[in-house]
Ligand binder design. Structure first.
Ligand code: GLU
Length: 326
């Protein structure tokens, strides 16, 4: 039987980590080729090609590196892969998934996965997650769904998924909407039809800087006041509640929003920002009047990815249309 072609890339993360010497902490060391040895069953499902594109903790991935990974993935599709799987650290998985999703122009699935326990831990989840991710990437019903994250038997849309637990096996959730699908006895069940996606052109520049600041009780405005002087090209604020900041931030935000795009998201971890409920200074109505955009359901980190990409392809004027779908 002619098996379908599947491309896998390893970037690092816990799934690729082991200790060099007994008693030392784990570091990325295991190549994609070695990871594949933990899932021999995969050879019965697909013709697999694997590459190790990086051995990094996911905290050290960056947008330029991810653009290189994207171009590798594009080549795999052009060469006939029916899906692509990328393994990486889970710490920044919600951001990389968002980054790729805004740029993934294919019907074929791009699936990201990782592990919460390294291979040396009892009950290591890496092999199961990798095999699940490959099953999702190979499934016909995964087409036209953009980028998805597969962890712990669940499938999450890039736009909704967040890491909501630091160490638990069930570390990922899609707040409000829930997972988009799940694996049941190795088959892929989707709970919702594919969502409408808007794909951005590739950024022509990569030097843009987008700041992310979190509002907190009794915060001073020193860092905020330095944003323009420091040369930032955009600002995201993880605001209180439905997208609010302290009164002493509101005026500074107006000055900044006159020069660069400012997005206000919620720091709560779930839910949308408001648009027309609160009228106090620093409330969302005041901030909109002062030129800021509200992130809607996009979390602060995803909003920062979006703004980096928009500024990179000189589409910051279209920001509202990328936020309004929420
Ligand atoms: N828990 C993280 C992981 O799952 C730590 C390291 C990283 O994100 O690279 O991989």
């Amino acid at each position: 039987m002619d098996l379908p072609k599947l491309a896998i890339a390893a970037l690092g993360g816990t799934v690729s980590m082991q200790a060099r010497n007994a008693g030392e902490g784990i570091v990325p060391a295991v190549t994609g080729e070695t990871l594949l040895e933990s899932v021999p069953e995969l050879a019965t499902l697909a013709r697999v090609s694997v590459e190790t594109l990086g051995l990094l903790p996911s905290a050290s991935l960056d947008f330029e590196f991810l653009l290189g990974v994207l171009s590798w993935a594009n080549v795999q599709i052009q060469q006939g892969a029916i899906g692509v799987v990328i393994t990486q650290g889970t710490d920044t998985l919600e951001e990389t998934a968002t980054f790729f999703d805004y740029l993934w122009a294919h019907d074929q699935p791009l699936v990201l996965t990782g592990a919460m326990r390294s291979a040396a831990n009892a009950g290591a989840d890496g092999p199961a997650n990798l095999l699940d991710a490959c099953r999702v990437a190979l499934a016909a019903n995964s087409r036209q769904r953009g980028v998805q994250v597969v962890m712990n038997g669940q499938i999450h849309c890039a736009s909704a998924v967040r890491k909501t637990d630091s160490l638990a096996l069930q570390a990922f959730s899609s707040t409000i909407v829930g997972p988009v699908g799940m694996l049941v006895e190795n088959t892929i069940h989707y709970l919702r039809p594919p969502a409408q996606r808007k794909v951005l052109p590739l950024p022509q520049q990569t030097t843009q800087k987008i700041a992310l600041l979190e509002a907190s009780l009794s915060a001073d405005s020193l860092m905020l006041e330095s944003i323009l002087e420091l040369g930032y090209d955009g600002l995201v604020i993880a605001g209180f509640g439905a997208g609010h900041v302290p009164e002493n931030w509101a005026e500074v935000i107006e000055t900044i929003a006159g020069k660069i795009p400012v997005i206000i998201a919620t720091r709560t971890g779930s839910g949308s920002t408001a648009r027309s409920t609160y009228g106090f200074i620093g409330g969302e109505m005041d901030l909109i009047r002062k030129g800021a955009s509200m992130a809607g359901l996009l979390c602060p980190r995803k909003a920062r990815v979006l703004l980096w990409l928009l500024v990179g392809c000189q589409r910051q004027d279209a920001l509202a249309s990328y936020l309004s779908k929420d």
